[in-house]
Design a protein around this ligand. Structure first.
Ligand SMILES: Cc1cc2nc3c(=O)[nH]c(=O)nc-3n(C[C@H](O)[C@H](O)[C@H](O)COP(=O)(O)O)c2cc1C
Length: 190
């Protein structure tokens, strides 16, 4: 197979979230996909946010944010939250908002999975800040939970690909992680 060189701005598919913040008592939500889990204990997650986003200053002010993961039914509203800025648009009524334990982390009732996150570190990267926070509480619809865990086959997260800028849903279960490679690992030890 021929290998071709590409522009470095290529990415694998990413789950899409809505980053919820609070500004003067009003909830604001922005679409985000540059999100990754960074540690397990404590459960930390990071999100890369451009300095120009309204959300950026709100996280700095309150030290908190939420991450709510929409399904494909919310694709239009999610995209709107990635097009309009809280600087000049009131996005507080786009979703049915509720609160858990963290006052600066508004949550979205229509999203099957939401995290309340308290800011831990902010890594400044010139155009963006990588906000790392601790996941304090997780809320899930009981319909997507089995044995106290998210049952992915019952859930339908929204994914994004870039730079073609398209939304997708999840494909098929291929194999079990930390498991399917065991036979090869045994071979390695011989
Ligand atoms: C699908 C999607 C994903 C996005 N991901 C990010 C992201 O990870 N980081 C970021 O800074 N902006 C991202 N954006 C852009 C912001 O959502 C957009 O600029 C938004 O209007 C900012 O809202 P705010 O000004 O109310 O914070 C994304 C937009 C879309 C449509």
């Amino acid at each position: 197979m021929e290998k071709v060189r590409l522009d470095p701005n290529q990415l694998p598919p990413m789950p899409v979230a809505l980053v919820g913040t609070l500004a003067e008592g009003l909830a604001n939500f922005m679409a985000a996909a540059w999100i990754t889990r960074v540690t397990i204990k404590p459960p930390r997650i990071g999100v890369g946010i451009n300095h120009r986003q309204w959300t950026h200053g709100r996280i700095q002010e309150t030290g908190a944010f939420s991450l709510c993961f929409p399904g494909p039914d919310l694709v239009e509203k999610t995209d709107y939250c990635g097009l309009a800025s809280g600087r000049n648009a009131d996005k507080s009524a786009v979703f049915d908002v509720y609160y858990g334990d963290t006052p600066g982390a508004p949550l979205i009732r229509e999203c099957p999975l939401c995290f309340e996150v308290v800011l831990d570190q902010a890594v400044d990267l010139a155009t963006h800040t990588f906000f790392i926070g601790e996941i304090k509480t997780v809320w899930a619809d009981d319909a997507i939970v089995a044995d106290g865990k998210i049952a992915v086959e019952k859930w339908n997260p929204l994914l994004l690909t870039m730079p073609d800028n398209r939304y997708w849903t999840l494909g098929n279960h291929v194999a079990d992680a930390w498991s399917v490679g065991k036979a090869l690992k045994k071979g390695e030890a011989k």
